[in-house]
Design a protein around this ligand. Sequence first.
Ligand code: GLY
Length: 352
Amino acid sequence: MISRRDLFSTGAALAVAAGQARAAAPKNVVIASANGLRACQRAMELLNKGTDTLDAVIAGVNIVEEDPEDNSVGYGGLPNEEGVVELDASVMHGPSRSCGSVAAIRGCKTPSKIAKLVMEQTDHCMLVGDGAGRFARACGFPEEDLMTEKTRLAWFAWKQSLHTFWGPGIDAPPAKKNALELKRLFPHADDDTIAWAQEVAARPLTGTINCVALNTKGEMSGVTTTSGMAWKIPGRVGDSPIIGAGLYVDQEVGGAGSTGRGEENIRICGAHTIIENMRHGMSPKDACLDACKRVARNFDNDKDRLTKVDINFYALRNDGVFAGAGLWKGASIAVNDGGLSRLEKLPWLLER
Ligand code: GLY
């Protein structure tokens, strides 16, 4: 028998106590970061067939992990400072309250699948670096080259932008424009790709994909997967594989995740903070804005310093209500609650 105390320890009871009555019947809903339109679509198709929520979101983000054109996730993600792609991912399965993650894993396009295997096939929650790679090989995943011609170009542009021995000097006279040097080495790259490479060399990306699903049984799961910060020090781990930072799911309340500069999210345990905010009655939107405020507070709300930080939060409550918030104006959330996936603008804390 459930005691009165047990009853009131649940998120639902606390929310009701806080005056936030929830809709009764859960529905299929998938949310993701803005690069997750196709992920939401795929996950929704699978939810509609009765696939488990975790399998659905992993199949969704696999599209992005395997896409060489998304340079912040999986294959084609921008590499570390040595030109090696290192990936981070985490998964949480609401029905079994279990989780798994991998960090700084090399040679595997789909780290979300390895994170799930850590969850299912080991007595650990997290594997990192070489150990994570060896575990992937043991599970039958072949070693793959994750660099593309485009990311090698970007890495090369970054190396040259450091003005060390990489690039023209006394021994090789400089061309009038850096772009000409790159064009000589990468003759197949068009002007737009070279301009893009120079842009990411100057302003490194911290993209990622986070995806969370709810099904009609009220079950919830989530995944976050990334290549992390471009040009990072080898071994750097961001927020994405940190359970409670880049991802948290408690299906008694909801699921939450983040994209952007992981260091700032780790400092506030963003996803867990959002879930606990919602457990205590905050709406998904206010819970995400509160996470943004905590990031800003760590910079004493100094807007000048905060301009270097880009971070967004996403939340799906177990009644299907979803929201997100960006530290800065301009971010979006992908959602599929039936039909086609769409993007919605996120509320924000600061304007540039
Ligand atoms: N949020 C991705 C990272 O910072 O690694």
